[in-house]
Design a protein around this ligand. Structure first.
Ligand code: FMN
Ligand code: EPS
Length: 388
């Protein structure tokens, strides 16, 4: 299974192609669009989200909402493009250099300067349009298809916010994915500790007034994953490594942890390893899940727990020092319309990329050509594990 996306933030649209989804998967397009709407939400977003109304249009690989096994082609329109037509139209030549509104003062923390150096773009718009997290809308659409595949195999996944700036938003430990989803649906937020919502909103308001930005920590949990996805035999077959790469590939992620991650480093082995247990009905399981469901690069049958640290948004309304690429004068960095924080949408994006990696692993471990056959194979593999 593999996918590719294309499209600039203020270009006409985002395009995605996803190959390797089995034939016969019944898609729920409404629920793909719901995921896209969720990604647009969250306190602290900028005004762009008032313009966009993300909905996926499928133009290949699907008939009457059932996958064909052929590559799935997807489009999401950028409604904002109509305001950027003169600057961003791919098909017409620029009428004059002035219409391009060039970006010449690179923003610290964004891809502007190094992207410009590497591709020799002296108008940093040529970099920022693609490095923008607008592209994550397409990864969420593709992830939503993968989540639907996982759901049909009994695997459930959820992403939510653990921390915004320095405020912890998750104090409910050991909830199942179902319970977390229930909480999220109830309060329409991905912040589990309701008492913290108001302080978090105040922090975001204050930060916005100061022209500053915030990051945070987000968490993804996956339930009912069969043991044995991924492998210990070679470094590049380890599924925890693939997940970490996919999560780090999301804009603004600076750290990934599996299970207790960095915290485990300061504990004793007896506090971190998960004792092995067995019951006739349940088969093999662990008494705890400190290792986040991974041993030897393989899933071990316990819930997968992945956390990611998102840095604060790099564009600052009170900009930091920069240098103009043309005049070499020290000046303030460019300001582009921006979010104060995007931790809620990021939790959905990270959930989506985890779903993509898991769907990839499952369709490669078992026969991924047809959904019914895949279901049969996963069911019989689960039985085999129970009787091991
Ligand atoms: C959902 C989401 C929304 C984002 N919104 C913004 C934004 O409004 N302004 C901004 O400067 N960066 C934003 N970012 C972060 C930048 O895209 C990111 O920092 C930049 O591409 C540089 O990449 P790096 O941080 O991974 O090094 C956002 C990231 C995500 C995941
Ligand atoms: C467009 C989205 O996020 C954008 C990500 C982003 C960045 O630099 O990453 C910068 C902003 O772009 P704009 O200047 O157009 O408002 C965000 O709005 C989106 O998430 O749909």
């Amino acid at each position: 299974m593999h996918f590719m996306t294309a499209g600039e933030s203020h270009g006409p649209s985002l395009t995605g192609i996803l190959e390797g989804i089995p034939a016969g998967l019944q898609l729920n397009i409404k629920s793909i669009n719901q995921k896209l709407a969720d990604r647009q939400g969250g306190y602290g977003r900028g005004n762009r989200q008032k313009i966009e109304h993300d909905q996926v249009k499928i133009t290949g690989g699907v008939r009457h909402q059932i996958t064909l096994g052929s590559p799935i082609a997807l489009t999401i329109l950028n409604r904002d493009h109509k305001h950027w037509k003169e600057i961003m139209d791919p098909n017409s030549s620029a009428t004059s250099q002035n219409t391009l509104r060039k970006v010449t003062r690179p923003r610290p923390g964004h891809a502007d300067l190094v992207g410009g150096m590497k591709y020799h773009h002296r108008d940093f718009r040529n970099v920022l349009e693609r490095s923008s997290a607008r592209e994550t809308a397409m990864r969420v659409a593709i992830g939503a298809i993968c989540e639907q595949l996982l759901q049909q195999l009994g695997i459930q996944i959820v992403g939510y916010v653990k921390q915004v700036g320095s405020i912890k938003a998750d104090q409910k430990q050991n909830l199942s994915v179902e319970q977390i989803n229930h909480e999220i649906t109830k309060n329409d937020l991905r912040i589990l500790n309701q008492e913290k919502v108001e302080p978090i909103h105040h922090l975001i308001d204050r930060t916005k007034r100061d022209g500053d930005t915030l990051g945070g920590i987000l968490k993804v949990i996956v339930d009912n994953v069969p043991a044995g996805l991924g492998s210990y035999v070679s470094w590049d077959t380890k599924l925890d490594g693939k997940l970490a790469a996919a999560v780090m590939g999301v804009n603004a992620m600076k750290g990934v942890e599996i299970g207790e991650g960095f915290e485990a480093a300061s504990k004793f082995g007896s506090q971190v390893m998960d004792p092995i247990d067995w019951q006739k009905k349940k088969g093999w399981f662990r008494d705890s899940d400190h290792l986040g469901g991974f041993e030897g690069g393989m899933t071990n049958g316990m819930p997968l727990v992945v956390q990611a640290a998102m840095k604060p948004i790099p564009t600052l309304y009170k900009p930091l020092k920069s240098v103009d690429v043309n005049t070499k004068q020290i000046s303030k960095a460019n300001i582009e319309r921006s979010d104060v924080t995007a931790i809620v949408p990021a939790s959905i994006v990270v959930e989506s990329v985890v779903a993509i990696e898991l769907a990839k692993s499952i369709t490669e471990t078992f026969d991924g050509s047809n959904m019914d056959r895949l279901k049969q194979q996963v069911t019989s593999y689960r039985k085999e594990l129970l009787n091991f």
